[in-house]
Design a protein around this ligand. Structure first.
Ligand SMILES: O=P(O)(O)OC[C@H]1O[C@](O)(COP(=O)(O)O)[C@@H](O)[C@@H]1O
Ligand SMILES: [Mn+2]
Length: 643
């Protein structure tokens, strides 16, 4: 027993009563039902769709409303009420214009606030009062508690409550109260959120997702390859930086770089204007914005080429100085015959007639022009000095990890690299061989080191971050090679294919999944692997629940760009005290549609498993921590107060 620790503890609990009270509290919490975990993945900048899923708790809010009111309310009323919980400000505005008299509005307020209080109290029933208090809107804590805990057996307080509600309405506080209660409900239906990777890229608003997560009550992140690419850029990797700008150009998202994160793109634009023309392969993909003129599209097309070529040039020296990464196959600029305009890959020769190699020196293809060097250096300087990006990246690192063991499950964005036999694939790094969990741990150590040393741009750790984005043994990429060059410049489609790691077919096998759980010291009987990264093609009948339920893949494609291949708008997972449920979301168009049509974009639920007995906090990660705390408090009690 650590006596110093007990001394410290004694400062906080300075009387026997205080120790006893805390022990009683903690023990009571252990017997509460486990809180609801909510899993989402591959958000890819789709803030609106993410907001919707968050606000309706993947359908959980509706379930609670149905439990309480399905006898009393019609379906349309239930939908109206649910919409009020999801988007209280907007829905209030829309509802209020329909009332013709003050009296009508007053009645609606009283009825609605009454229902909301019932809902809050139901949603909070498995939490302690102190947890509920933290979830309440600050300015109304006292009033709501009075209203929530009213026990009016003797009819003494009726007038008191009525008066309270009346005054709330007459003092014009009802709207604020309704908004507060709606957000409290949203917060209560989900205890903890897991984001299984890929917040960034393709969609327009990753920064808004980051802001939401920063303000969320309880969250962790398992990094996706796209998140690591952004972290890598911030950590000093110029090639990661070129990639994020290239992807932003490709998806018409350069305003994320310029307007949101405040990076000046002018030097890059000047370079682009000087050396590049129109090119069909580099036209921006997501042109929803009708205000984008032909001129602007052309500008983006040129920037896209300029930064792609910088990226390819920056890859070469890394591949050459790091033979252990085994990426010589990707020295593509070196493989081009600039006279014949051909490239030879894996023994086959293809035309690269359409390629834009104006800045490439055939004798030294990886050499950056002076201007290119300046552009990338300036970009790196601004990105590392962006206040907002600093905040977002620090949060990403603080709340994130490559994988997470949580309540018996393994959460991981991409894969655990395997060989064809299902064994953990080995990789030699700096003279040592790693595989499985150790490999992932060493990857994470490099990323954290690179992040802590942003001034080092060419060291091994920084190069490893790029490897995490694109390397064969990366647990985030999970494919043999990234065929970006081929997809821009070679017509033959067979060169575009990215071969997946054997993990992606072996994960269908229950025994393989069991051995992966064991590799991470998790119980193969109880645990499951929760994966993102590869869109589940529901359209083709692919099942997100694999390996007899040991593997659940929740990338259903929030990303609009991928919805035509998946056929849905993403999966999410809920894990409450009764078990796990997978939710398939139908296409989400806009919050306006939800508000005007009153219908939720209905989500289809499938049971993954049912707990035989309702799971309690005692059996969770938090429970284990509380048990330790109780043990220390018992020690303190014995040592300090029992003598
Ligand atoms: O669809 P795009 O923009 O061409 O991107 C394709 C690239 O994205 C990747 O699929 C990685 O992104 P994901 O993590 O979303 O799968 C690469 O394997 C591939 O080369
Ligand atoms: Mn991914």
């Amino acid at each position: 027993m650590n006596l110093q620790y007990l001394d410290l503890l004694a400062q906080k609990y300075e009387s026997e009563e205080k120790v006893a009270t805390e022990i009683i509290n903690l023990e009571a919490i252990l017997d509460l039902p486990k809180g609801t975990e909510h899993f989402v993945s591959d958000l890819h900048g789709e803030y609106q769709a993410f907001q919707h899923v968050l606000r309706n708790g993947s359908g959980n809010v509706k379930v609670k409303i149905m439990d309480l009111f399905q006898e009393e309310l019609q379906e349309s009323e239930i939908n109206e009420f649910a919409t009020l919980i999801y988007y209280p400000e907007e829905k209030l505005k829309m509802t209020k214009i329909h009332f013709s008299s003050k009296q009508e509005l007053r009645e609606w307020y009283i009825e609605t606030i009454g229902r909301m209080l019932k809902l809050v109290s139901y949603a909070a029933s498995k939490y302690t009062r102190s947890k509920l208090r933290k979830a309440l809107p600050k300015q109304f804590v006292y009033i709501i508690e009075e209203l929530l805990y009213k026990k009016d057996e003797f009819d003494n307080k009726k007038a008191y409550y009525e008066k309270m509600l009346d005054r709330i309405i007459s003092l014009k506080q009802a709207d604020k109260l309704i908004v507060g209660l709606a957000y409290t409900t949203q917060r209560l239906v989900v205890d903890h959120l897991h984001v299984v990777g890929d917040i960034y890229d393709r969609g327009p608003d990753p920064h808004l997702i980051m802001d939401t997560l920063i303000n969320y009550h309880s969250v962790d992140i398992q990094w996706g390859n796209h998140d690591v690419l952004w972290a890598g850029a911030f950590a000093g990797s110029k090639v990661c930086l070129a990639n994020i700008i290239r992807i932003c150009a490709r998806y018409n998202n350069l305003d994320i770089i310029e307007d949101v994160y405040g990076i000046n793109l002018r030097p890059l634009l000047n370079l682009a204007e000087k050396y590049y023309d129109d090119h069909p392969a580099f036209r921006p993909k997501r042109v929803t914005d009708e205000t984008l003129t032909e001129q602007e599209q052309l500008q983006i097309t040129k920037i896209h080429q300029a930064i792609a070529i910088i990226q390819f040039k920056l890859e070469s020296p890394i591949i050459k100085r790091r033979p252990c990464l085994n990426m010589e196959d990707r020295l593509l600029l070196e493989k081009v015959d600039y006279e014949k305009k051909e490239v030879t890959l894996h023994g086959n020769t293809y035309s690269v007639d359409s390629a834009c190699f104006a800045t490439v020196n055939p004798d030294n293809p990886a050499e950056l022009l002076e201007e290119e060097q300046q552009v990338i250096d300036k970009l790196l300087f601004s990105i590392q000095h962006s206040e907002k990006l600093t905040r977002h990246m620090n949060f990403l690192m603080k709340k994130g990890s490559l994988y997470l063991r949580y309540n018996g499950n393994l959460l991981i964005h991409g894969c655990i690299p395997l060989d064809e036999n299902g064994s953990m694939k080995e990789m030699e790094i700096e003279g040592k061989t790693y595989a499985g969990r150790e490999l992932l741990d060493v990857f994470e150590r490099y990323l954290r080191y690179a992040f802590a040393h942003p001034e080092e741009t060419d060291d091994f750790a920084t190069d490893m971050v790029w490897y995490l984005w694109t390397g064969e043994n990366s647990s985030l990429f999970g494919k043999r090679e990234m065929t970006t060059f081929e997809r821009y410049f070679i017509k033959e489609k067979e060169t575009h294919k990215e071969r997946k790691n054997p993990y992606y077919y072996l994960r269908e096998d229950e025994n393989v999944c069991r051995s992966m759980l064991a590799e991470f010291d998790l119980d193969p009987e109880q645990g499951r692997i929760i994966n993102g990264h590869t869109p589940v093609k529901e359209i083709d009948g692919e099942d997100p629940i694999k390996a007899n339920g040991k593997m659940i893949v929740i990338d259903g494609g929030f990303s609009k760009a991928y919805q035509s291949t998946t056929g849905i708008a993403g999966y999410t997972l809920l894990y409450n005290s009764y078990g796990m449920q997978l939710v398939a979301h139908q296409l989400f168009n806009s919050k306006e549609e939800v508000l005007t049509k009153g219908t939720d974009v209905l989500s289809v639920k499938r049971l993954v498993n049912e707990e035989l007995e309702r799971k309690k906090v005692r059996e969770t990660n938090i429970g284990a921590r509380l048990l330790k705390e109780i043990e220390s408090l018992n020690d303190l009690r014995e040592h300090r107060y029992m003598k």
